[in-house]
Design a protein around this ligand. Structure first.
Ligand code: NAD
Length: 356
């Protein structure tokens, strides 16, 4: 089991160090190799995703990723910015399926801005297609308009597109994931307005014929955005395209009120995956030892389950995280009165201890 460990920038190095500690006490044999990515790699090698880092990631069974970025790189040319490393990894590894669970831990119900009864017990899984849609569609650019409302004016344009195989494979991923949960998929589209998403809806419906045991519901994205805050527990698996998934997965993750708790996985057809917390590099708290490492530790659990075939070890980590929360340990982002405030390292060590 070969793991490429890419801590990145800001709090990335602090939180990944804790996840590595947790992996090291499971009694499993891993080959872990660390490399620079993002701003750190730009400083050392002049590129956010150096060839050597990409090679390591490609050869590994899984990538454990921290976060990249810092405001100080905002003036660099776009291809050299730290965030390009993530796009480069997704593209080169073919990571088309992004899993973002939004789970509300019973102990943290008070951290949500929604009423406790709406989110207590929340456990939904957003599956976002990650390598297609308007984010990658060509052509795109700026030009002088020859038609439209203002011929002769400067304009910008992007292309929304999905091919049948792209939709089919993400639909299969969603139906198969649903089979391991409550057997319900909501496919989110904008079929009433967009040709691309009428096609999406048609193809998802066709693939559904192979999964008669799974219930399929279609929902327009505007309604999905409303329902997620009105009755989030009505969802189980949600599958959607790249742009809608980008927005809805952030909305869903904030239902739980604690960005420091949310893991994610991005998988390719060979179950090779990149595992990272849903948050960024948090330059505002970097180096202070206060970041919450649990999203990264839970990402390591997803890595064990989805890429390394070690579901039992994944269960153990998740149970250990539950245990430290029940012990009342909280990093600053999830702290509330009556609980015990701890730093990044103490939280990581508490999880290690809870693993017994
Ligand atoms: P962010 O997620 O880094 O931070 C948002 C807020 O949440 C900040 O107040 C931060 O302190 C807090 N926060 C985030 N993670 C936390 C944790 N584990 N524990 C406690 N608090 C936490 O988003 P941002 O501030 O918009 O972006 C900062 C940088 O991160 C930017 O350069 C951005 O491009 C980059 N970014 C990277 C990724 C990634 O690497 N996948 C994702 C998002 C943003």
């Amino acid at each position: 089991m070969k793991i490429a460990v890419l801590p990145g920038d800001g709090i990335g190095t602090e939180i990944v160090a804790e996840a590595v500690k947790v992996l090291n006490v499971l009694g499993l044999k891993f080959e872990m190799e660390q490399a620079l990515v993002g701003g750190a790699a730009y400083e050392a090698h002049g590129h956010p995703l150096p060839e050597s880092t990409l090679k390591l990631a490609k050869e590994a069974d899984a990538v454990l990723f921290g976060a990249v970025g810092d405001w100080k790189y905002d003036k660099l040319d776009r291809p050299l910015r730290p965030e390009q490393a993530i796009l480069g990894l997704r593209k080169n590894l073919g990571l088309f399926a992004n899993f973002r669970p939004a789970i509300c831990y019973e102990q943290l119900v008070g951290a949500s801005s929604l009423k406790p009864e709406l989110i207590a017990g929340l456990d939904i899984l957003i599956i976002r297609e990650l390598t297609g849609d308007i984010y990658f569609g060509q052509p795109r650019g700026r030009r002088v308009a020859t038609d439209g409302h203002f011929p002769g004016a400067e304009e910008a344009f992007d292309t929304m597109r999905y091919s049948r195989p792209e939709i089919e494979r993400i639909a299969h991923v969603a139906f198969q994931a649903a089979r391991k949960r409550s057997k319900k998929v909501t496919s989110v589209d904008k079929a009433n307005v967009l040709e691309t998403f009428q096609f999406w809806k048609d193809v998802v419906t066709e693939v559904h014929a192979q999964y008669p045991d799974v219930e399929l519901q279609h929902m327009y994205v505007d309604n999905a955005a409303m329902q997620l805050v009105k009755a989030p527990k009505a969802f189980d698996v949600v599958v959607t395209g790249n742009m809608f998934g980008d927005i809805l997965s952030d909305e869903a993750s904030m239902l739980t009120g604690s960005i420091g708790m949310l893991p994610s996985a991005s998988l390719n057809t060979k179950s090779q995956g990149l595992y990272e917390p849903s948050h960024g590099s948090a330059p505002d708290i970097a180096g202070k030892g206060v970041a919450n490492p649990l999203a990264t530790i839970l990402s390591a659990a997803m890595m064990l389950r989805f890429s390394l075939n070690q579901a039992e070890a994944a269960d153990r980590i998740e149970a250990a995280v539950n245990k430290v929360l029940s012990q009342g340990l909280r990093t600053a982002d999830i702290y509330s009165e009556g609980t015990t405030r701890v730093g990044t390292r103490e939280m990581g060590e508490a999880v290690v201890k809870a693993l017994g």
